[in-house]
Write a protein of this length. Structure first.
Length: 80
């Protein structure tokens, strides 16, 4: 069961990384990247590293997303 969870999460991470790279809408890419951070948080928690999981949730999915959205707000939303 643990291997199935790991494989599903890793496949989801790869799919999200590809979606961020291919997205032309920067806000959508930021939201997908936030989801990537949350999936990483789940993986760290599953692996038994709750301190790393909490840091990933706070920094990777929280603060980074807010900073990226603020930067997008000062520029254009779509990539040229």
């Amino acid at each position: 069961m643990n291997q199935v969870f790991d494989l599903v999460m890793l496949a989801l991470l790869i799919a999200m990384a590809l979606a961020v790279a291919r997205s032309k809408d920067l806000v959508a890419a930021a939201m997908i990247f936030s989801g990537y951070g949350l999936v990483m948080c789940l993986l760290w928690q599953h692996r038994g590293a709750p301190d790393v999981a909490m840091t990933e949730a706070a920094i990777g999915a929280g603060v980074t997303t807010i900073l990226v959205l603020l930067a997008i707000g000062r520029t254009c939303r779509r990539e040229k």
